[in-house]
Design a protein around this ligand. Structure first.
Ligand SMILES: C[S@@+](CC[C@H](N)C(=O)[O-])C[C@H]1O[C@@H](n2cnc3c(N)ncnc32)[C@H](O)[C@@H]1O
Length: 247
């Protein structure tokens, strides 16, 4: 039996935002592997083994998936959003690079809608021109590198999306990031705090940079900071924001 491995994005939460391609591959799977809450999104069925694991064991999870595929399994590694954005696709490729016996594995990476795009679409088009995405977690990289990228992105006037902004084990980092932004931008540009986007308890809030506080973000929040030209339009249905395509 020939196994294969798919690394699939489940989107930001709403089942309607899972692509038909991902739904089809999940229907063929013998094994689903991923972080506990992502695997919980896949309904149990006969013939499917679910393998939930902790968030911090990405490389072990990747090796486990490769082993199952090598043994003939039809394996789907699930990520939230897009699997290539701060998620499992890179972890699986890193595992393959360090274990050449897996080089011939039949691997497909199936995209999903990443949190920043879902958040941006819910409240306008803040990423309408040049932008970057930065993971604010210093679990896998030093804070000095995060701070450098933040400062240079702000100086280059990118709009920015921040993932993993603030966790219980890293309560200080986001406050430091806001301080860097205030120093580099020096204005009241709009910041979107988008929590649990597309889920039933979604919350969206636009706050001027000068009024932001660290407590506005947690690990269920993606934060989008506009560039110098990003503006808010007040509509009868509430504020929306956009970044002009000329700036
Ligand atoms: C490990 S990263 C995974 C990102 C994911 N691969 C993606 O493309 O969206 C987890 C971070 O994504 C963001 N995130 C994921 N889903 C979200 C949602 N529905 N609403 C807001 N933020 C979300 C949060 O910043 C969270 O801390």
């Amino acid at each position: 039996m020939t196994g294969w491995l798919a690394i699939a994005g489940l989107g930001p939460g709403d089942e309607a935002l899972i692509t038909p391609e991902v739904t089809a591959v999940l229907a063929q799977a013998t094994d689903v592997i991923g972080y506990v809450p992502y695997v919980a999104r896949i309904a149990p069925r006969d013939g499917l083994s679910r393998h939930p694991s902790d968030n911090r064991v990405e490389l072990m999870r990747a090796r486990h998936a490769l082993e199952l595929a090598a043994a003939g399994g039809r394996v789907v590694v699930v990520s939230s959003g897009d699997p290539g954005v701060f998620a499992m696709a890179a972890a699986v490729l890193e595992a393959i690079e360090s274990a050449p016996e897996y080089l011939a594995t039949d691997i497909r990476i199936l995209p999903g809608i990443t949190a920043m795009l879902a958040a941006a679409a819910r409240l306008g088009a803040p990423l309408g021109h040049d932008f970057c995405a930065i993971n604010l977690s210093d679990n896998l990289k030093p804070w000095a590198l995060i701070e450098k990228r933040l400062r240079l992105a702000a100086e280059a006037d990118f709009a920015m999306a921040f993932y993993n902004p603030r966790s219980a084990s890293r309560p200080e980092g986001f406050g430091r990031a806001l301080a860097v932004l205030r120093a580099a931008c020096g204005d009241a540009r709009p910041v979107l705090f988008a929590r649990n986007v597309t889920r039933p308890d979604q919350s969206l809030r636009i706050v001027p940079l000068t009024e932001t506080t660290p407590e506005m973000a947690d690990m269920r929040t993606v934060v989008i900071v506009g560039n110098a030209a990003t503006r808010v339009i007040e509509t009868p249905r509430g504020p929306i924001l956009y970044t002009p395509r000329s700036a």
